[in-house]
Write a protein that binds this ligand. Structure first.
Ligand code: F6P
Length: 319
């Protein structure tokens, strides 16, 4: 293998730049040529491809977002779109592709691999919803962004003796909400993996209030429903002064944490090693701090599991 490509796809995540840097530098270290594909699979279809050098990835390890831009591409879900992408890969002589993104992006990587183009997936999403890896790139930074916001909200919640509902991202997964709840000592956490807990939230609020507790933080994962709706329902049920904050896309931005930079560097470099070993259709990951790789087909057919022991612990500690 002499030429490889790299792209970022789907929702951006802090640390994607560190992963791109690792891919480019590790590939050049091994004497390969590296091509950056801009705007994910859309850029692949459009031939938005350029050669990257050592300097192309200088000064990006600390930056959020993705230097290669990102997109969600409907056309690449079609056979026609995939064939257009392959034509571009052939035109540039690219023999293997590294895809940094979430499960939607891995579907594209799977299709290309099935059509004879070796791809390796690198898990990059703030949601931490990919099986086969303990952590995805961006999760730690997003979590710290949430913690920072909740710490600030708690100050005003205390001063005004209010109940705050905070909606966090995570798509269908509750990891961001759960970890934030534990890290911030939230009074309640609502996650999609443990639905129907609304009554318990109300019960806890009442109990706390009876004990003289005047403010509360309730974290709602977006996969459970709208924070605004929960805020209204809570106010109706307990008649406490309630405010809602939707953290939204602030969670996707910002300089990556040290953990994310290290994780991205390790996973990015490992993905190049796999291509050089002749592997295809694999996803790199980290489990118990060891680099691993799994069949992308298996990853796509496995459901991510949130740690329910942690969920129980969060309840025990916010009794
Ligand atoms: O997958 C990352 C994520 O930020 C999810 O948490 C969220 O549901 C979704 O992307 C938002 O997507 P968009 O940026 O297209 O609004």
């Amino acid at each position: 293998m002499k030429k490889i490509g790299v792209l970022t796809s789907g929702g951006d995540a802090p640390g994607m730049n560190a992963a791109i840097r690792a891919v480019v530098r590790k590939a050049i270290y091994h004497g390969l040529e590296v091509y950056g594909v801009k705007y994910g699979f859309q850029g692949l279809i459009d031939g938005n491809i350029e050669k990257m050098e050592l300097g192309s990835v200088g000064d990006i390890i600390q930056r959020g977002g993705t230097k290669l831009y990102s997109a969600r591409c409907e056309e690449f879900k079609t056979e026609e779109g995939q064939l257009k992408g392959i034509e571009q890969l052939k035109k540039h002589g690219i023999e293997g592709l590294i895809v940094i993104g979430g499960d939607g992006s891995f579907m594209g990587a799977k299709k290309l691999t099935e059509k004879g183009y070796p791809c390796i997936g690198v898990p990059g999403t703030i949601d931490n919803d990919i099986p086969g890896t303990d952590f995805t790139i961006g999760f730690d930074t997003a979590l710290n962004t949430i913690i920072d916001a909740i710490d600030k909200i708690r100050d005003t919640a205390t001063s005004h003796e209010r109940t705050y509902v905070i909606e966090v991202m995570g798509r269908d997964a509750g990891d961001l909400a759960l970890w934030a709840g534990l890290a911030d000592g939230a009074e309640s956490v609502l996650i999609p993996e443990a639905e129907d807990e609304f009554e318990d939230v109300i019960e806890r609020l009442k109990r706390g209030h009876d004990r003289g507790k005047k403010h509360s933080i309730i974290i709602v994962a977006e996969g459970v429903g709208s924070g605004v709706d929960f805020g209204r329902k809570i106010k109706e049920a307990v008649n406490l002064e309630t405010r809602v904050t939707v953290l939204g896309h602030t969670q996707r931005g910002g300089s990556p944490s040290a953990s994310d930079r290290v994780l991205a560097s390790r996973l990015g470099a490992h993905s190049v090693d796999l291509l050089l070993d002749g592997k295809a259709g694999r996803m790199v990951g980290i489990q118990q701090n060891k680099l691993v790789d799994h069949d992308i087909v298996e990853i796509l057919s496995t459901k991510h599991e949130v740690d329910l022991d942690m969920y129980r612990l969060s309840k025990e500690l916010s009794i």
